[in-house]
Ligand binder design. Structure first.
Ligand SMILES: [Zn+2]
Length: 1024
């Protein structure tokens, strides 16, 4: 009771604030800064300093720059000669506070040499001895003011300049403060039943009484500090044992590659964060830090090679841990399977090239990504990684995953040791954070919040991991954080904290992992469901470029087989894939960034398109020399025969082999086009009879083969519905469950026209309006297909409206199937439990399907991801109209395509095939070369099992043979025979990093092997 009655904890907290103010023994103001705005971030210092005019003086206490400004501040400083010659001197630079994140932030140059960084959370720069010479030295800050608040920011929020000074520190006072801060922080978080609570308060009380605070403060105070600290250390040793829990603390700076800032700003953010970390490493030899995203290191090589070399030295020492596996921390809902492979391939290659074979830790580090596809465990292992880390699933709205340390089982059965760090911000609704402040409360909380305490073997405790440091906008750890960690190595009643590496933690966890539970399924984030749809042009560009590069690689690989003079465009493909991967960053592709990010992103996609198109043209020109001037290319794994436009006319393609090049003279025009009807109220072929009313609504789809109506009674198909889309928070990110409160339907058609009436295709063009947006749909039926296509153009003018296309179908099933990266996942069509209703909007790749025993309907898209299938209605989310952080997101013209594909039985390879056909059209080459004139079609590769899809054909990264990547798509196992269009010398199975594993049986043009459910099979095929 005594400590409560006498307010011991409150008294100590007060004393610590008083003592904190005395750490600086000497102060001297520096002359006011001169300030200029800069046009762009990160010009070299000599270019910045060239400006003569327009400097503005910023006295302390005055308000200076507005948000989102690049700036330069210049002044000078002198360490007074009267100060203690052996003292520790520093610059204290409180240049302002700009709301969230570490803004404002700047690189600090001393006499023109880049030395440190300063920001809102790092205001002290320790000066090297050579600056303490009584001479005047120049001080330059080049930085960015920040966004002026949290996500959106206040554009009028000027920074207030504080009193910048040179100071002399009393390190012993700071050391006492660190110990006392930690002791008080731990006591505050202990139960009043815990003896350590009393011991620690008594320890603090007795020790701090020794501090001599008599005025005027002088030598007596500084002398008393030593005694007080000694007493405090002694008392703490008597206060009890540490908890039998090991916690690895790793410094980190989460840097969003683009978000509320552009790539250009991020390049500088990296330099600022990394400088800060390097300076902390100078002061604290045991301090460790982990940094993901090779893209950031790659920028650094260009922008600041000297700093990159410093980092390499720290990596070599084992204190700086490259981590992550991927090129950037990529979105895992939207990025395709092959894109994820490239994230790993480029990421791991970069780390190996620059840091050495084993320098990067084998951890997929994705703390902040909005959901994790069920095939990631397989990809993680295929990429040579072993572990997975995130905290983001703890942001879910309804359910907390019951495990924090567990085995995550993937679609194919692969299990990956996974950890969700449990460090929690005290006032946050979320389960945990990757931006811990390393306070005693958060460190104790990491243990309290951990759900797997009883999953350790007898007598053992599962280890914990804490990632600390300012993040999102970078910044990284602070001195106080590092001090806390060092204090808590063996502190009474607290976990034993050790600065270490992430890999150290995982190795410890693995050693005691035998009782850990298994989570078998995707890691769905019950949050940010709008990110499957927002910034639709960006998502479309991503999908189109994924296929454009696929085609380019297939054509280039084929050309390299036929033409010894053809140079496979490694560098161009590397550049294009890096741009695609960069734009899959978890705030670009999901649509959660500011407008300038999307302007830059779309121009990068244009660059990718040009590269892909150049590569494809060059390869086709080369192939023309062998096959003749006019070619038809099937760049897919499937035999196909859809009509194709040649010389401006829709023509029969004939039966095309997988991955084939066919001289156009081979086209078979004799095929029977069958019955095709096109009227304003009817589209009909041998498979479907589609009826429309005068409003342009589809009132009936009759499957002529199955002899059944697809629409439930009194429903319309392809009905567009606009919903009020006003989430609680996080506008671009979130669709909230109440979005269906209010809705509006499209107006009846203003015109219905027959565009094509056979013999190969029937097309109606329908113009309509929904709210303020007009749109045109071309609804088509080919003569030889049961697929109904909807090509759409819309001028989208809505704000805070979400648009869906609805397809009610007469099919009964409690689950629907959604394609994910190289596989699929079943999700409920009901809302029985919180886990079900939480998934009211989910992501799919190219198709979704609702099937019952004998029948089903698939919905295919060419660039959309958001879906919901509730009851018997399949809905595709087409567009949103979000206003933050980009007020004009998605306004204007959009084009997209989706297709309805009814089928007998459940979904199978036919749905998969149709999805590829929609996304990966036939290519027509009408060149003018004179050479070559083959008459036969050439198929580069095909496989005899319909459930195996050949996804990728490319040349190996090392130039040795072709890489052919397949995946099993239907949860089956067996043997396969791969047929190649060339004699094969050798074939190896490899991982996705293209490391050879087993060799396969080869005979002539055939390779045989076996496969398991959902296996990704990468082959290196070496031609004879
Ligand atoms: Zn992030």
């Amino acid at each position: 009771m005594r400590h409560q009655i006498r307010f011991t904890l409150e008294k100590i907290s007060r004393r610590l604030i008083e003592i904190e103010g005395l750490v600086y023994q000497q102060h001297q103001p520096i002359p006011p800064f001169l300030f200029r705005e800069l046009d762009q971030p990160g010009l070299p210092l000599d270019e910045q300093a060239d400006f003569e005019a327009n400097w503005e003086e910023i006295p302390p206490g005055s308000y200076w720059a507005l948000p989102r400004r690049n700036f330069i501040l210049v002044t000078n400083f002198t360490i007074p000669t009267a100060w203690n010659k052996t003292g520790l001197n520093a610059l204290y630079l409180p240049i302002g506070i700009a709301g969230d994140f570490s803004h404002p932030e700047a690189l600090v140059y001393l006499d023109g040499i880049q030395y440190a960084s300063c920001d809102r959370h790092h205001q002290e720069v320790i000066l090297p001895d050579e600056f303490c010479d009584g001479q005047e030295h120049s001080l330059t800050l080049i930085g960015w003011t920040g966004i002026g608040g949290s996500t959106v920011g206040d554009m009028q929020n000027r920074l207030k300049m504080g009193s910048c000074e040179v100071v002399q520190l009393h390190p012993e006072t700071r050391a006492l403060l660190a110990t006392a801060r930690v002791a008080a922080g731990i006591a505050k978080h202990l139960s009043h039943q815990d003896p350590a609570y009393f011991h620690l308060l008594t320890a603090l009380d007795e020790a701090l009484r020794l501090v001599d605070l008599r005025m005027p403060i002088g030598n007596d105070f500084y002398k008393s500090i030593l005694e007080a600290h000694e007493q405090l250390n002694y008392n703490i040793k008597q206060a009890g044992q540490a908890l039998d829990v090991d916690l690895t603390a790793i410094g980190h700076a989460h840097i969003d590659v683009a978000w509320l800032w552009t790539l250009g700003q991020t390049r500088q953010k990296s330099r600022r964060s990394f400088t800060n970390v390097l300076r902390l490493m100078d002061s604290y030899p045991s301090f460790t830090f982990t940094q993901s995203q090779p893209q950031l290191y790659d920028y650094l090589i260009e922008d600041d090679p000297e700093m990159f070399q410093e980092i390499k030295d720290r990596v070599e020492e084992g204190r700086w841990e490259p981590i992550g596996g991927m090129w950037v921390e990529a979105d895992c809902n939207i990025s395709s399977g092959e894109s994820l492979v490239r994230q790993f391939l480029l990421g791991r290659e970069f780390f190996q090239d620059h840091f050495g074979q084993e320098a990067d830790s084998p951890v997929l580090w994705l703390p902040d990504v909005f959901g994790y596809a069920w095939n990631l465990p397989q990809l993680i292992k295929e990429a040579g990684l072993e572990y997975f880390f995130t905290i983001k699933i703890g942001w879910s709205q309804y359910n907390r995953l019951p495990f924090d340390s567990f085995w995550w089982q993937g679609l194919d059965g692969t299990k990956v040791l996974t950890h969700f760090s449990t460090t929690k911000n005290p006032d946050s609704v979320h389960a945990s954070t990757y931006n811990s402040d390393a306070s005693p409360g958060q460190i104790i909380g990491t243990w309290l919040n951990f759900q797997n305490k009883d999953d350790a073997p007898p007598g053992k405790t599962l280890p914990l991991l804490m990632s600390y440091g300012w993040g999102d906008g970078g910044g990284g750890p602070t001195r106080e954080m590092v001090e806390n960690i060092l204090e808590m190595e063996n502190f009474p009643a607290a976990p034993r904290v050790k600065p270490g590496k992430v890999i150290d933690f995982y190795r410890q966890l693995e050693a005691v992992s035998e009782r850990l539970p298994v989570w078998n399924g995707e890691l769905y984030l019950e949050f940010h469901r709008g990110t499957y749809t927002t910034q639709a042009r960006n998502k479309r560009a991503n999908r189109k470029m994924e296929f454009a590069l696929h085609d380019a690689e297939f054509l280039a690989a084929t050309a390299s087989l036929f033409d010894p003079g053809y140079q496979y465009p490694y560098d161009a493909l590397d550049k294009a894939w890096k741009l695609v991967c960069l734009n899959q960053f978890h705030d670009i592709l999901p649509g959660s960034s500011i407008a300038p990010v999307y302007t830059e992103s779309l121009s990068q996609y244009e660059e990718v398109e040009q590269i892909a198109s150049r590569i494809s043209k060059a390869a086709l020109e080369s192939l023309s020399a062998h096959f003749g001037p006019h070619l038809l290319v099937n760049p897919s794994s499937f035999e196909r025969d859809e009509p194709v436009i040649v010389a401006g006319e829709l023509s029969e393609s004939g039966d095309l082999l997988p991955y084939s090049i066919t001289p156009l003279m081979e086209l078979n025009d004799d095929a029977d086009p069958g019955e095709l009807v096109c009227k304003k109220d009817l589209l009909e072929n041998d498979y479907l009879r589609v009826e429309l009313n005068s409003a342009g609504d589809i009132t009936s789809i009759f499957d002529k083969i199955a002899q059944r109506e697809i629409l439930p009674e009194d429903t319309l198909s392809n009905q567009w519905i606009a919903f009020e889309d006003r989430p609680l928070n996080w506008d671009a990110w979130d669709i909230d469950i109440f979005y269906d409160d209010k809705k509006w339907l499209a107006e009846p058609a203003s015109s219905i026209k027959i565009i094509e009436k056979g013999p190969l295709r029937a097309t109606l063009e329908i113009k309509r309006q929904i709210l303020s947006s007009s749109y045109t749909q071309r609804i088509s039926l080919d003569h030889n297909s049961a697929r109904l296509d909807f090509d759409t153009e819309i001028d989208w003018q809505e704000r805070k409206i979400l648009l869906k296309a609805a397809f009610p179908v007469d099919v009964l099933s409690p689950t629907a199937t959604y394609e994910i990266q190289w596989g699929n996942v079943e999700r409920p069509t009901h809302h029985n439990t919180s886990w079900d209703w939480a998934r009211f909007e989910t992501a799919a790749q190219k198709w979704v399907d609702l099937s019952e025993g004998q029948y089903g309907v698939s919905l295919i898209n060419d660039c959309k991801y958001g879906h919901d299938i509730h009851g018997n209605t399949i809905r595709l989310t087409l567009l949103r109209g979000t206003t933050a952080p980009d007020p004009g997101a998605d306004l204007g013209k959009h084009t997209f395509k989706y297709s309805l594909y009814p089928h007998q039985g459940s979904w199978d390879e036919n749905t998969v095939k149709q999805a590829y056909l929609v996304n990966n059209p036939l290519l027509v080459w009408e060149g003018n070369t004179k050479a070559g004139n083959k008459t036969e079609s050439f198929s580069l590769v095909s496989v005899d099992q319909p459930n195996l899809i050949i996804e990728t054909v490319k040349k190996a990264q090392d130039g040795n043979g072709l890489i052919i990547r397949l995946y099993e798509s239907q949860r089956s196992r067996g043997s396969f025979t791969l047929q190649t269009g060339f004699p094969v010398k050798k074939a190896f199975q490899t991982n996705i990093l293209e490391d050879n594993q087993d060799s396969l049986n080869v005979e002539g043009n055939q390779i045989t092997g076996t496969y398991k459910p959902y296996q990704i099979i990468t082959l290196r095929v070496i031609p004879k």
